[in-house]
Ligand binder design. Structure first.
Ligand SMILES: Cc1cc2nc3c(=O)[nH]c(=O)nc-3n(C[C@H](O)[C@H](O)[C@H](O)COP(=O)(O)OP(=O)(O)OC[C@H]3O[C@@H](n4cnc5c(N)ncnc54)[C@H](O)[C@@H]3O)c2cc1C
Length: 537
């Protein structure tokens, strides 16, 4: 019998990230994945800057960048008639503009999923040896008031292994067996178009080396596809969109036809092409009606399915893990009340709805569902979603309002205005620790962090002793210096103010200046956001 606090079902990017963060938080978990190894299909590649911030906090960033696509390929998107023929358009995604890059110390990264997952797996296993079991499938489970119990199948031996866990996290993908077992429905648009993802060995350098891009769209009257850059040399993905609209079916796409399609898209009839894998899939845009049922939580594609237009699915999913993991760990350690877990769905479901909708509009603007006579260029928001990446805000019991109102932006999809309004991602500001340049983002990600203005020393002294082990304290002018005098303005506090940042990097509480009875104020704030009291802070 396996007895573990958290069972994670699914060893895709979201399950592996969940495992990593739980281990970093000191919570024991066991991840089971039914396949014998990590993904062999290079699906996701665009890892956005917010996700890379999280991987920096987890100490995984450098290995992901080393495994990823050379950075110059992230700077453009190109439309062509054939790769070797006429170029229709070239654009720099808004996400790669200098203004966007200034929002974060960690830039975007291209790393295909088949290269990313082994990195995540290695780090998860390093942090918690024997916490990851491949070739192991969840077969069934039941829930009681205080546990989830069920059976795992060891696929290598055929043995059934019973398990008991306090919580189950379903990171089991878009077709989520766990979601089905729970009877949770989804709302949105299902099977919008069909597509095939062809993974190939082909040297495209003659047509790409002097114009590196993340995506090369090929728009012909009878073929619409996209080359997905993997290593920028001899390994590429090729997506054919809306197969049936152009007369293709799974039955008439054997490997030889895939080779022919790639040659046609490049415009070189005898190009050597080796097909490494063919994966048929259908595009949907759906959000689960519930992200939680009792002791079971849905994360990643199990909770929401985006269209690939915008590169959000993986990013959205691993950020679910970031949101849920610290809450589970705090409840398991007895530091938070069980009601903290309710804030997972409250915070993440609206974000998922917003992002799924944006990717649907991106996809429609690219004309994926109808036959197009000529290239259809996307809406201006496509790959320019800084507001969605950095600017979405949480409203829940795990955020203490400060009485201010959030700043308005004209377009919340594209515009990000850094703010420490409670419920926002705590903004990036460059500071110094001794001679070392450090971003505020690098201070977050493990525990609660209290950032105090230069005249706010009393906040430091006011932290009640029962909270000492929960919070790390930094003060401008003490352990950190702010030569450019940026911090207080960026965080919207006076010099005597303080901001409390949650372990997922979101602002939990903010106070503008020194106040009477600071110990009680902090005690109430923690009580509310950890679900330990009924205080109305
Ligand atoms: C063509 C394409 C391009 C994409 N591009 C991007 C992009 O650029 N950026 C981006 O952010 N996203 C992108 N995505 C989306 C991204 O691939 C998904 O969002 C991501 O894989 C979701 O991760 P996950 O861990 O939630 O689910 P999955 O990756 O589907 O992993 C779920 C895992 O659960 C396992 N499992 C299922 N049932 C069981 C069980 N009973 N027991 C044990 N294990 C089980 C499965 O075997 C699987 O390994 C793209 C998707 C496609 C199709």
């Amino acid at each position: 019998m396996i007895d573990v606090p958290v069972l994670i079902v699914g060893g895709g990017p979201v399950g592996l990230t969940m495992s990593l963060i739980l281990s970093q938080q000191g919570a024991k978990s066991l991840l089971v994945e039914r396949h014998p190894g990590t993904a062999i299909v290079p699906k996701a590649r665009a890892i956005n800057a917010r996700t890379m911030e999280m991987y920096r906090q987890l100490g995984v960033e450098d290995d992901i960048r080393a495994a990823g696509t050379p950075p110059q390929f992230g700077k453009s998107i190109i439309w062509t008639e054939t790769l070797a023929g006429k170029e229709i358009k070239r654009l720099t995604p808004g996400r790669s503009s200098a203004e966007s890059l200034a929002a974060s110390p960690a830039g975007n990264c291209g790393c295909s999923q088949d290269l990313l997952e082994p990195v995540l797996r290695a780090h998860a296993e390093r942090l918690a040896p024997e916490s990851v079991l491949f070739d192991t499938e969840l077969k069934s489970f039941t829930m009681t008031d205080d546990a989830v119990e069920g059976e795992l199948l060891d696929r290598s031996t055929g043995n059934i292994v019973p398990f008991r866990a306090q919580y189950l996290v379903a990171a089991d993908g878009a077709h989520s067996p766990v979601r089905h077992m729970l009877g949770i429905e989804r709302t949105g648009e299902r099977d919008i178009y069909d597509s095939v993802n062809i993974h190939s060995r082909v040297d495209l350098r003659p047509w790409t080396a002097d114009r590196p891009a993340a995506l090369y769209y090929v728009d012909q009257p009878d073929l619409r596809g996209t080359f997905l850059t993997i290593n920028g040399t001899d390994r590429w993905g090729f997506l054919i969109h809306s197969l049936s609209v152009y007369g293709f079916t799974q039955a008439n796409m054997p490997p030889e036809r895939c080779v022919e399609m790639i040659r046609r898209a490049v415009g070189v009839a005898d190009l050597p092409v080796e097909v490494l894998g063919i994966s048929f899939w259908k595009c949907s845009a759906m959000v689960s009606d519930k992200f939680r049922s009792g002791r079971v939580f849905l994360v990643g594609d199990a909770a929401h399915e985006t269209t690939p237009s915008g590169g959000f699915g993986l990013n959205l999913g691993v950020q679910d893990a970031q949101n849920l993991a610290w809450k589970l760990a705090a409840v398991l350690r007895g530091e938070a009340g069980i009601s903290l877990l309710e804030t997972y769905e409250v915070e993440r479901q609206p974000v998922a709805r917003e992002i799924v909708r944006a990717t649907l509009l991106n996809m429609q603007s690219l004309g994926r569902t109808e036959r197009q006579a000529e290239a259809k260029l996307p809406r201006a928001q496509y790959l320019n979603e800084q507001g969605l990446i950095f600017g979405l805000q949480y409203q829940s019991a795990a955020v203490v309002p400060d009485g201010s109102t959030p700043s308005e932006v004209a377009d919340h999809v594209t515009q990000y205005v850094p703010t420490a309004f409670p419920g926002s991602r705590a903004p990036h500001v460059w500071l110094k620790r001794g001679d070392e340049r450090v971003s505020t983002i690098e201070l977050y990600g493990r525990t609660f962090v209290m950032m105090i203005g230069p005249e706010g020393r009393e906040w430091r002294n006011a932290v009640p002793s029962h909270l000492w082990k929960l919070v790390e304290i930094h003060q401008i002018g003490d352990d950190l210096s702010d030569d450019a005098d940026d911090f207080c303005a960026a965080y919207g506090i006076g010099k005597g103010g303080a901001v409390l940042v949650r372990p997922d990097g979101y602002v939990a509480f903010r106070i503008n200046s020194l106040a009477e009875n600071p110990g009680a104020i902090l005690s109430d704030a923690f009580g509310q956001l950890l679900g330990l009291c009924n205080c109305a802070a």
